[in-house]
Design a protein around this ligand. Structure first.
Ligand code: SAM
Length: 222
């Protein structure tokens, strides 16, 4: 039976990769990447000369057929996304769903490592024994309800937000839960990593004053 390794890769800092991940990436026959050019940076850094193939959310069924063919002839595969743990708010889970639902004879093996949601929670100082991860905040439809529901949530809440909407998100948080303590994590593990702590209004002031409404963001709410 062949294996597919679901490998967590860095969310910014290329040193955040496990020894096991490096070994497995060297050993597999093919690495399925959300973006091959992005993954090549990691592979080059560690001098891994693996074969790669793109697999992303717009991949057609023909791509899945090709992957299944490779599995049937006993190839060992790895799946990586652009950042963090595949399947956590990125395309990885669609392939795994397909493999499971179609009873494809392959062992699915996780290689754990970084994930933006866990990194943000780990430095939040908020209760983490019971938290709610909401993925990306909706762009339009359901956005108001999204923030309204967080207002009454007892658990620590974490979500991802794009730089284009971070100011809007802070406005909504100020509107729906002005008293809640928030941690905004920007560019985790990267050169411009910044952690903002406080109420929505306070964070918004600092972010806009510093002109820091760019980069990648995770938001944690007490
Ligand atoms: N699979 C990834 C994981 O395990 O973290 C998440 C993929 S999702 C498509 C990308 C989002 O994760 C970004 O828009 C951002 O909200 C968050 N993210 C990823 N890397 C980050 C970083 N270095 N700092 C802050 N947020 C990050």
């Amino acid at each position: 039976m062949s294996n597919i390794y679901i490998i967590a890769t860095p969310i910014g800092n290329l040193e955040d990769i496990t020894l096991r991940a490096l070994r497995v990436m060297k050993e597999v026959d093919l690495i399925l990447c959300e973006d091959t050019r992005h993954t090549k940076r990691l592979l080059n850094r560690y001098e891994i000369k693996a074969e790669t193939m793109s697999y992303h959310q717009h991949s057609k069924i023909a791509k899945i057929d090709k992957i299944v063919e490779l599995i049937e002839i006993g190839k060992n595969l790895a799946l990586v996304s652009d950042a963090g743990t595949p399947g956590i708010s990125d395309p990885g889970n669609m392939l795994i769903k397909y493999l499971v639902e179609n009873k494809i004879n392959i062992k699915i093996i996780p290689i754990p490592g970084p994930s933006a949601v866990i990194s943000a929670l780990s430095i939040s100082g908020f209760p983490t024994d019971n938290f709610l991860f909401l993925g990306f905040a909706p762009h339009k439809k359901g956005r108001q309800t999204f923030f309204k529901n967080i207002a009454t949530e007892k658990r620590t809440v974490v979500f991802y937000e794009s730089p284009h909407r971070i100011s809007k998100a802070l406005n909504s948080m100020q509107e729906f839960f002005p008293e809640k303590e928030i941690v905004v994590c920007r560019e985790l593990t990267k050169i411009f990593e910044t952690i903002y702590r406080g109420k929505a209004e306070e964070i918004k002031k600092i972010l806009t004053a510093d002109n820091q409404v760019k980069g990648e963001f995770v938001i944690v709410i007490h």
